[in-house]
Design a protein around this ligand. Structure first.
Ligand code: SF4
Length: 318
């Protein structure tokens, strides 16, 4: 199967001055196949959103390479990059903050058409906007309103309409449901899945909710403090998690059945995420890992394949 997005050894550091650096993303590699979904999961602050912003070149990478549909876009200048940006759109976490309060919904959804010089014809723009509103379950009458007149779920529908109006090949979904009520989350995720089937869309789906990532993803990458610690098919990660951190994340998913919940082996992760300014030596997870050994504090484990495509970075799997 052909590859839509490939990231090789991607690193993003933010210098703070006086030699201090935020290690937001370190040496991250993954491939995202066309028409598939890669879920990227981890706690807040693990670098997921920085990955989203770096692969779209909102942030400039510190090192590594980004290939979009076979083309290396890592250091492409903005003029050369512009037509390729049409292929890759983004849905942001917060539908309240990502919509301009002074613009009508029509102008918000039409913004990418103007930015990419698709058309300046008002009638054509209106038709395209109305088509997108219908696609996301809203009506023509909503085009004249402003973002504050809508609920959170409706705002995220508007964001999705804006992301899809250029008919992109890949959408980077940066925690698209985490600001929404639980009852609305499933609606939005089902809508994204329907669009994927209809348009052969590729998604990079970033979330901290492992249960939702399982539902939408073909492959899953688990991030901890800027690094990938486990990477496999969604099924393998959930059936047979290898890394202690992944096991801890899965252990924190609520189980509605109290008998099963009590029987579950306690594996919640304790302690706080260390600072990315001064990450722990060796395995970055060793400060919270119940299985840590001497080697874990000295030698950084590499992400290595254990079983087929299932890769893990942990000395337990020497
Ligand atoms: Fe735990 Fe060591 Fe594995 Fe890190 S390498 S997850 S500290 S056992």
């Amino acid at each position: 199967m052909s590859i839509m997005l490939e990231v090789k050894n991607l690193t993003k550091h933010f210098p703070l001055g006086k030699g201090r650096v935020v290690h937001a993303v370190d040496d991250l590699s993954f491939v995202l196949k066309k028409g598939k979904t890669l879920g990227l999961v981890g706690e807040s602050g693990c670098g997921k959103s920085t990955v989203a912003r770096t692969v779209t070149r909102i942030y400039e990478p510190t090192a590594g390479h980004i290939f979009l549909d076979g083309q290396d876009i890592t250091s492409m200048n903005q003029k050369t990059l512009k037509p390729l940006r049409r292929k890759m759109q983004m849905i942001f976490q917060d539908p309240y903050a990502s919509l301009n309060a002074r613009m009508t919904v029509r102008d918000i959804i039409a913004e990418p058409l103007k930015a990419h010089d698709v058309t300046a014809n008002r009638k054509e723009i209106d038709e395209l906007v109305f088509d997108m509103l219908a696609l996301v379950g809203l009506g023509d009458e909503h085009a004249r309103r402003y973002a504050h007149e809508f609920s959170g779920g409706q705002r995220q529908r508007i964001c999705i309409a804006r992301a899809l109006i250029l008919r992109p090949d890949i959408v980077i979904c940066d925690e698209p449901i985490s600001a929404l009520d639980v009852s609305i989350q499933a609606q939005i995720v089902n809508m994204l899945k329907d669009f994927q089937n209809e348009r052969n869309l590729t998604y990079l789906f970033i979330a901290h909710d492992l249960s939702m990532v399982r539902y939408v993803s073909d492959d899953v990458g688990v991030m901890y403090l800027g690094q990938l610690v486990e990477y496999s098919s969604s099924e393998a990660i959930y059936q047979n998690p290898l890394h202690p951190y992944t096991k801890g994340l899965l252990g924190s998913i609520p189980i509605p059945n109290p008998v099963l919940a009590r029987a579950r082996v306690k594996s919640e992760i304790e302690g706080d995420l260390p600072s990315p300014i001064d990450p722990p030596h060796g395995c970055r997870f060793h400060t919270r890992c119940p299985y840590k050994m001497d080697i874990c504090m000295k030698v950084e484990p590499l992400l290595e394949k254990q079983d087929g495509e299932h890769a893990v970075a942990c000395h337990l799997y020497g």
